[in-house]
Write a protein that binds this ligand. Structure first.
Ligand SMILES: Nc1ncnc2c1ncn2[C@@H]1O[C@H](COP(=O)(O)OP(=O)(O)OP(=O)(O)O)[C@@H](O)[C@H]1O
Ligand SMILES: [Mg+2]
Length: 310
């Protein structure tokens, strides 16, 4: 079993426009609504790979049945903590050229009792699981040290923890050395305070994070693929897509694939291969943060793995 903390559940609205013109009236051509949030993406992708997974996150009265039903159809055990307020809303606006503009809602401000309920459910899930994933932003109301405390909690129980976050929550978590962190280009640049936008500098950053005590850091670089570092050195994995439709959520799917690889005891490079295939499989379709098993299976042998020196 894999436990996922995806506290900040969102309602994602994907909107097609001819063009996005700021300051003008923009008419919607088509729209779809999906349950979202990074942890939810991770959990549903793990389930698509046929691993058992439980997700702890927020729901509100209006969306409880939509989210509960979707998670159950997709094979995720969902523990939804219902809040008095409204869930976060996120918009993705895609123009005719395929360019996507994201508008991410602030989300609810939680009462202490709501924070406590999420933490109680997550601790229970951690006890029942072999691997723990902390994914996405913390809802307002949580201290930024909460992920760090949860990493320590999981470590004390001998469980590996994978963290995908940004800002202060990530910085604190890095301090207690999770097994894996998965910064993207922007997040790794934020962590190091300088631009990391090439494979070489991403590899150096992964190497440095490993030397600093993070067993298997992964830095994701969009279409350039991802690098991970372990005791044997740095691996780069990449797969080229003929056509990318929506790569938002690819980082979540990469992390899901890596978690499944670790759970199955694959080598680190084969774990990276599965992650990279999942990240690319997500980009093949409009829906954010989900993969089809058949796409992942087809991409796996196409992933190019290369060791980038010691
Ligand atoms: N266009 C693409 N073609 C091939 N692979 C891709 C593409 N986009 C993403 N990937 C794969 O998915 C991985 C994760 O993507 P990315 O670095 O964009 O994550 P991210 O910025 O964290 O995304 P998000 O936070 O929206 O989930 C990449 O390292 C790469 O392996
Ligand atoms: Mg990301």
């Amino acid at each position: 079993m894999i436990a996922v903390a995806g506290f900040n559940t969102a309602i994602d609205r994907f909107i097609h426009l001819d063009a996005l013109n700021p300051g003008e009236v923009n008419r919607v051509r088509a729209e779809r609504v999906y349950p979202g949030g990074k942890g939810l993406h991770v959990a549903q992708t793990i389930a698509a790979l046929d691993e058992r997974v439980q997700l702890v996150g927020l729901v509100d009265a209006q969306h409880r049945s939509l989210i509960g039903q979707r998670m159950s159809e997709r094979g995720v055990q969902f523990h939804g903590v219902e809040i008095a307020g409204e869930l976060r809303h996120c918009l993705a606006l895609q123009d005719a050229a395929g360019k996507i503009t994201e508008i991410l809602g602030q989300g609810p401000l939680l009462a202490q009792s709501e924070c406590d309920a999420l933490l109680r459910d997550l601790r229970r899930s951690i006890h029942e699981s072999d691997l723990v994933i902390l994914s996405g932003s913390l809802p307002r109301g949580f201290a930024p040290t909460v992920y760090a405390e949860l990493v320590q909690y999981a470590k004390n129980l001998g469980k590996r923890c994978l963290v995908d976050a940004s800002g202060d929550a990530m910085r604190h978590a890095v301090g207690v050395k999770p097994f894996t962190i998965k910064p993207n280009r922007d997040e790794i640049s934020e962590l190091y305070g300088r631009a990391i936008d090439r494979l070489g500098s991403a590899a150096d950053a992964a190497r440095a994070l490993h030397a600093d005590g993070i067993a298997l850091p992964v830095v994701s670089m969009g279409a350039l693929g991802a690098v991970c570092a372990d005791d044997d050195g740095v691996w780069h994995g990449v797969v080229e897509l003929a056509h990318s439709r929506n790569s938002v959520g690819s980082g979540d799917c990469l992390l899901a694939g890596m978690a499944v690889g670790l759970k199955r005891g694959l080598s680190h490079e084969e774990t990276l291969r599965l992650g990279v295939a999942c990240g690319a499989a997500n980009a093949m379709h409009e829906e954010t943060g989900y993969v089809r098993r058949a796409d992942v299976d087809a991409l796996l042998p196409q992933v190019r793995l290369e060791q980038l020196g010691r």
